[in-house]
Structure formats: structure tokens, C-alpha cells
Design a protein around this ligand. Structure first.
Ligand code: FAD
Length: 459
């Protein structure tokens, strides 16, 4: 069957649904094609300061009722470093950050993504979005244009505009058009689970059990409500592969990594049957994110490192701008400057924050030289200021978009200069310092793997 809406959206995650809502509220006919049934487990529960306002604009505040408290207060980020929790500190903007010229909001939230995504789905349906519960199997293109998308259910959707919201796994339009992708970091792997466990306060917990290790492993503990926490662990895909080569099963790896964090021991021990989820990703951005009749949003456009807590905000920002850009294009015809404005704001924001995260926290030389506290603080300050200024400038017109793009360029320049200085200083100082000790556990596993032996990684 062939349908001809104004806009077809591939993917009904947060970015796809938010874009669909923005378009439907502008009286456009929108079809959103989503393969996975709702409700479904989703990750991305710690939100940064711009999220509450963006969610309120979407109508989430008004729609949420007392039975579904979708937002849970986030009062700070508690960072714990070292296997024995040698170092613990709190990161939160000081009060003077809320004054001009930074004007940083100091209110943030955690969210239950399954609840939130479902709420946004209901808003989309209320706004008149047609949901097609099928999988896009083919994106038909002609030169640089998308002609139609075809689904596994035999539907063919032809539209004036196409939005790719299929996430970092799908990247449907980007693959079909062979768009160039710039990788912003190394491949990472994550395991996570929800635990029926009362949270210890209202802070996002970030754990770095081996802050001096070349590959940064980190874990999160996020309060979802009064009774549940989300706990996850992220490591480089290379490191995970070494564990797997040693014969370790996902659950063993998850537990082993969390065992290094004393506070989480009782959480693991108390819930042996918890459902474990896994994903892998590499932060990236596409060099082109908008074409003659297509546009990429959310993770399908650019994937920001989860440590930045910017994935949800990024999806909402993409959606807001994409809806505006498409409706203007349908109204007044395609204008090069509108396309320029899209390309250089929401997707560029992801690259800017990712570079800062890679430079200050993932870069081993810089992290070791600065120490965990300063590396985290340097990223946090850059991230908070960049996010706040972006939220104030808000690219709703081409002039405002130009101001945002300039601000992002300054932020990237600052990151580049700071990183160069720190690496140079670090190399200079390191010339006379001791060689770095090897990581004994990994060596043991790698050696065992080489001999074809299995090494258990459970407690
Ligand atoms: C480990 C981890 C931790 C994170 N933590 C945070 C955090 O604390 N805070 C934060 O803000 N962000 C976080 N994020 C990022 C956040 O989860 C994402 O940025 C956000 O959910 C992206 O939404 P999206 O709609 O772009 O993509 P997705 O949520 O991936 O949605 C894409 C949708 O497209 C659908 N789809 C794919 N292919 C097809 C197809 N062929 N046909 C039809 N449908 C298709 C999928 O089923 C999916 O529903 C984290 C990410 C990871 C990986």
C-alpha cells in the first residue's frame, strides 16, 4: 500500500516522535515508522539542565500525571574514583553560574525512559501523528534525494520530506546515501540493568574504578524513582572483546566491573536475576545532516558520548529545529541559509561536546596529568557553559543560528587549545616520571586467552 504524507519519519525514538509532534502541530500530515513495540527498555536517564524546558515545550509537563512521575530530581553528580573509592567529589555549577553572562539553570532531573518515551508517544498520537508499526527495509533514493521508504509490511511511503530518526544503529538515510561519517571517539560497549533498590539520595553516581587506566571504564548509578535505580557499566569495545576472548559471559563481566565499586556490591548481590541489557556505540557525527528533502535527527545525525548526559537534550534540540526547518521549507521553498542553520547548530553541538569529553576525560595523557577531579571539572564547566549559552541563544532564526554556530566554534577552539597545552605539559613532565604499571587483571585474561584457557571474571 502506498501512502503520501507531507513528512515520513523513520524511527519512533525520542528524536523521531518529538520531530513528529513539532510537525503535526504545524498542521502537517506525518507518518512515523517504528519497528519496536512499546513499552521497551531505553537508556538515557540522567538529563542535563536544558532538558526540563525542552520537555515542557513538548507538552510533557502538562501531560504527566501523579501516577507517572516521569521526572525525578537530580541534585548533583557524585563522582567516585579508584577501586577503593579513594576519591569522591560532587560536581554541580556554583550559584554564580546562574548569573549573566552564563545564566546556567541549576535544575536538572533523572527520568524513567520507558515512562517518558511512552508519554511522548501518547503526545504524538494526540497531535495526529500516524504511527506505522513496521520496519523500514529500503530507502529509495534518486541522486541526492530520498524518493520513498519501503517497509517489511509491504508499505511504501512517499513524502515531500523524509526524516531519519533511526538512531545510531539504524542510520538508514545516511547508509542509503553513503554519507560521510566522522568518528569522534573509540568504540564503546555498555551493560545496564534496573534494580528494585531505593536510591541513596538524588545524585547521579559516576564511578571510575581505574581512573589512571588508558581505557576509561566507568559506571553509572541513576535514581529513577523512590524504589528503583539504573546501574550500568561502560568500557571500550576492545576491552570487552578481551574479556569475552577469556570466556567471560556478559553477566560475569557486568558484575566483575561493578564489584570494583564497593557501594554497588550490595545492589548486585541482592538481585541475581536482574534483566541485563547491552549496547555498543561509537560517538560520531555525519558531515552532512540535511539534504534537498531529507534530514537526520537525534543519534541518527550525531551520537554524543553518554558521559555528557546530552543525548536526550540533543534529540529534543534536533527535533525542535528539524520541525521548524521542514515547515519553513514546505511553506517558502528550500533555502540554502536554513539548511546551513540546521547543519551548524544542533548536530554541531554534539560534535562540540564530544570533542570536549574526548579531550579532557578520555585522553589518557590529559586525564592522568590533571587527575580525575580536574578532568571532570574541566569537561563539566565547558559542557555547562556551552549548553547554557546555546539554550539562551536558541537557533530559532538564521541570525540566532549564526550566533550559536559562532559560540560553538569558540567552544571547540577553547577545547582544542586547552587540550594541546595539557598534552604538551604532560609530555614534558612525563619525560622524567615512572613508567605506567600494567593492568594485572587484563594481562591475566589476555594471557589466558592466548593459551586458550578460560578465566572467570565473577567475584
Ligand atoms: C549506554 C548509554 C547511556 C546513555 N545515557 C544517557 C544519559 O544518561 N542521558 C542522556 O541524555 N542520554 C543518554 N544516552 C543517549 C540517549 O539514550 C540517546 O541519545 C537518545 O535516546 C537518542 O534518541 P534517538 O531517538 O535519536 O534514537 P533511538 O532512541 O535509538 O531511537 C531510534 C528508533 O529507531 C527505530 N528504528 C531503527 N531502525 C529502524 C527501522 N529500520 N525501521 C523502523 N524503525 C527503526 C528503533 O527501534 C528506535 O526506536 C545514553 C546512550 C547510551 C548508549
Amino acid at each position: 500500500m502506498t501512502t503520501r504524507p507531507d513528512v515520513a519519519i523513520a524511527g519512533g525514538g525520542l528524536a523521531g516522535l518529538a520531530t513528529a509532534i513539532g510537525l503535526a502541530r504545524r498542521q502537517l500530515r506525518v507518518v512515523c515508522i517504528e519497528t519496536a513495540p512499546w513499552p521497551r527498555p531505553a537508556v538515557g536517564e540522567s538529563l542535563e539542565f536544558s532538558a526540563p524546558r525542552l520537555l515542557a515545550e513538548l507538552g510533557v509537563e502538562q501531560a504527566a500525571d501523579a501516577r507517572r512521575p516521569h521526572l525525578f530530581p537530580k541534585t548533583s553528580v557524585r563522582v567516585v574514583g579508584g577501586a577503593g573509592c579513594d576519591e569522591e567529589f560532587t560536581v554541580w555549577p556554583p550559584t554564580w553560574f546562574s548569573l549573566p553572562p552564563i545564566w546556567c539553570s541549576r535544575v536538572a532531573f533523572h527520568t524513567d525512559r520507558t515512562e517518558l518515551d511512552h508519554l511522548v508517544l501518547e503526545l504524538a498520537i494526540d497531535a495526529g501523528v500516524e504511527i506505522l508499526p513496521e520496519r523500514v527495509t529500503t530507502v529509495e533514493t534518486d541522486d541526492d534525494c530520498v524518493e520513498a521508504v519501503v517497509t517489511n509490511g509491504g508499505s511504501r511511503v512517499e513524502a515531500a520530506w523524509f526524516v531519519d530518526a533511526s538512531g545510531h544503529v539504524g542510520r538508514l538515510v545516511a547508509r542509503a546515501l553513503e554519507l560521510e561519517r566522522e568518528l569522534l571517539g573509540d568504540p564503546q560497549a555498555a551493560y545496564w540493568a534496573r534494580f528494585d533498590e531505593a536510591p541513596d539520595g538524588h545524585a547521579t553516581g559516576l564511578y571510575f574504578p581505574e581512573p589512571g587506566h588508558r581505557d576509561l571504564t566507568w559506571a553509572w548509578e541513576i535514581p529513577l524513582n523512590e524504589q528503583e535505580v539504573s546501574v550500568g557499566v561502560v568500557m571500550s569495545a576492545e576491552r570487552l572483546a578481551r574479556f569475552r576472548a577469556g570466556g567471560a559471559q556478559p553477566r560475569e563481566i557486568f558484575e566483575d566491573r561493578l564489584r570494583a565499586i564497593p557501594r554497588l556490591n550490595h545492589v548486585i548481590d541482592g538481585h541475581p536475576d536482574v534483566e541485563l541489557h547491552a549496547t555498543s556505540y561509537t560517538p560520531y557525527r555525519h558531515r552532512r545532516t540535511i539534504g534537498p528533502n531529507w534530514l537526520l535527527v537525534g543519534d541518527a545525525s550525531a551520537m554524543v558520548d553518554p558521559l555528557t548526559s546530552n543525548g536526550v537534550t540533543s534529540a529534543l534540540r534536533h527535533a525542535d529545529q528539524a520541525a521548524r526547518t521542514i515547515s519553513v521549507a514546505l511553506d517558502r521553498g528550500r533555502r540554502r541559509r536554513d539548511r546551513w542553520a540546521y547543519e551548524h547548530t544542533a548536530p554541531a553541538m554534539v560534535a562540540t561536546l564530544d570533542r570536549a569529553m574526548e579531550s579532557f576525560l578520555y585522553e589518557p595523557e590529559v586525564r592522568r596529568r590533571l587527575g580525575l577531579r580536574w578532568a571532570v571539572t574541566l569537561y563539566a564547566a565547558t559542557g555547562v557553559i556551552t549548553n547554557s549559552l546555546y539554550a539562551k541563544l536558541r537557533p530559532t532564526t538564521v541570525t540566532r543560528a549564526t550566533a550559536c554556530a559562532a559560540m560553538l566554534a569558540v567552544s571547540r577552539a577553547w577545547t582544542r587549545i586547552a587540550r594541546c597545552v595539557l598534552v604538551l605539559v604532560s609530555r614534558h613532565v612525563d619525560r622524567d616520571s615512572e613508567p605506567r604499571p600494567p593492568a594485572p587483571r587484563e594481562l591475566e585474561i589476555a594471557e589466558a586467552a592466548a593459551k586458550g584457557e578460560r578465566v572467570g571474571v565473577g567475584g
